[in-house]
Write a protein that binds this ligand. Structure first.
Ligand SMILES: Cc1cc2nc3c(=O)[nH]c(=O)nc-3n(C[C@H](O)[C@H](O)[C@H](O)COP(=O)(O)OP(=O)(O)OC[C@H]3O[C@@H](n4cnc5c(N)ncnc54)[C@H](O)[C@@H]3O)c2cc1C
Length: 431
């Protein structure tokens, strides 16, 4: 049996810990926060499928069905309201309750709270441990669950080929604030998402939660103080339910790119936000990190205690196939959404070249698909802006290419074959 060190008590790491302890492995989780400060005191939207998939006991976790979204675009007057069928609706789940439930499920794993990982220890081309504020800790495998700015990943030697720093534009810098409600009456649309809000490379939302208003303002890349203030003031102007009275707030960073092209090295794997497993358009990563945790547990089981690149590679391959391919396709679309001007996006929505069903697919975390006939029909409506139309056509074709490549990584590990696959995968996103 192996000693597995999980750096960061993230959701994916907790799922992994449970599966590993059941197989008799020694699991040590290093978490920089105290138990009381762990996770977030708010609700997040999660695919409802994870409840039966992970036998989540909802009687112990506060939750409610997610409300339908309405989208607002710059230069588009109409508010586009979506109605997601009940069976496909996410649930809004209390994040801290979910973490607490996962921790409560652990029987043997040791969690060291208040123990921050500082760096990584490597020997003979292999990760063998981590440096923490309480000393060095060694293990047979180090699982990096420290999030987008992981100090483990960022200190890996170059020759391991794992991306150390996530590019600024691939990180969503977010302000989330919870405000008291005014006594204005409930509006027709309660969950409003402002895409490219005020032309920024990001979004905002204003969610009427009944007893408070949940505000999010974020940019892919830097969010300046003045952008934040202007966006917040605008949300107040157009949402009568939003008061000036702040209840609580947080500033966070979420990866919004396809998963890492290489998420393993000898003695090392990245899991969850550290491996960029969020849906690039939505920033949702709870379901995928849980699923990746389960995949990793299976790969560890099959590794016979040998944690070389070759033995760990199936983790990358299975993650790519399960959701990496669709996330790569979504990332292509996200890049297009962020680089087109707000007026061109308005043109596409007004002319219904980008239609309600495309937004519905995106809101569900899926890939936007258009058949040839549909493309021709819609293109006819966009002839007055041929160059923008061509850019969209190119994006859709690139989307298909990304999905195909990510669905077909090398079947087994071969250094050269994998290097070539990785180079191709990276090239799709080079500007
Ligand atoms: C504002 C916001 C809204 C979001 N909304 C949603 C949503 O609606 N739906 C959804 O699915 N996802 C959402 N996400 C994303 C979601 O939080 C993550 O994708 C998901 O939790 C997976 O994260 P993780 O397991 O990698 O790590 P996390 O759950 O982020 O946990 C990482 C852990 O590592 C610890 N840590 C970090 N550095 C160190 C260190 N050096 N040493 C020791 N411990 C360390 C942290 O304290 C933390 O406990 C949101 C994120 C944010 C910030």
């Amino acid at each position: 049996m192996s000693k597995i060190v999980i750096a960061g008590a993230g959701i994916g790491g907790l799922v992994l810990a449970k599966e590993l302890e059941e197989k008799g492995h020694e699991v040590v989780i290093l978490e920089k926060n105290t138990l009381a400060a762990l996770s977030f005191d708010w609700y997040d939207d999660v695919e409802c499928g994870i409840v039966p998939e992970f036998n989540i006991d909802l009687t112990k976790i506060k939750h409610y069905p997610k409300q339908d979204w309405a989208f607002l675009f710059p230069e588009v007057d109409e508010i586009i309201g979506l109605t997601i069928p009940d069976e496909k609706k996410d649930i809004s789940i209390h994040r801290r309750d979910l973490s607490a439930w996962l921790i409560g499920e652990l029987k043997e794993a040791e969690i060291q709270y208040g123990n921050a990982v500082k760096s990584v220890i490597c020997k003979d081309g292999k990760v063998v441990g981590v440096k923490t504020n309480k000393g060095d800790i060694y293990g047979d495998l180090i699982v990096d669950c420290c999030g987008v700015d992981s100090v483990v990943r960022s200190n890996l030697p170059d020759e391991f080929g794992v991306l150390q720093k996530i590019k600024d534009e691939d990180v969503f810098n977010v302000y989330r604030g919870f405000y008291k409600k005014t006594d204005a009456k409930k509006e027709e649309f309660t969950n409003k998402a402002y895409l490219r809000h005020l032309g920024r490379p990001g979004i905002s939302w204003a969610l009427d939660k009944g007893d408070h208003v949940d505000i999010l303002i974020g940019n892919a890349g830097k969010l300046t103080k003045s952008e934040l203030n202007v966006s917040l003031e605008h949300l107040k102007e157009v949402n009568a339910v939003l008061s000036n009275e702040l209840l609580s707030s947080a500033v966070c960073r979420i990866p919004v790119r396809r998963p890492l092209e290489k998420m393993f090295a000898n003695g090392y794997v990245a899991l969850g936000d550290s491996a960029c497993m969020t849906i690039p358009m939505l920033g949702s990563g709870i379901a995928s990190s849980m699923r990746a945790g389960r995949i990793l547990a299976k790969v560890i089981e099959e590794s016979d205690g040998i944690y070389t690149e070759e033995k760990l590679y199936p983790y990358q391959e299975r993650v790519n196939k399960l959701f990496g391919a669709s996330h790569a396709a979504i990332d292509v679309l996200k890049c297009w959404l962020l680089t087109e001007s707000a007026s061109v996006l308005g043109f596409f929505v007004n002319k219904q070249i980008v239609a309600k069903e495309d937004m519905q697919a995106a809101a569900e975390g899926g890939v936007v698909k258009m058949g040839f006939g549909q493309i021709v029909k819609r293109a006819m409506r966009g002839l007055s802006n041929i160059s923008a139309l061509l850019r969209l056509a190119k994006t859709l074709s690139k989307q298909g290419k990304a999905q195909k490549l990510w669905s077909n990584p090398p079947v087994s590990y071969d250094v050269n074959k994998f290097r070539k696959w990785k180079e191709k995968a990276e090239k799709i996103f080079q500007k």
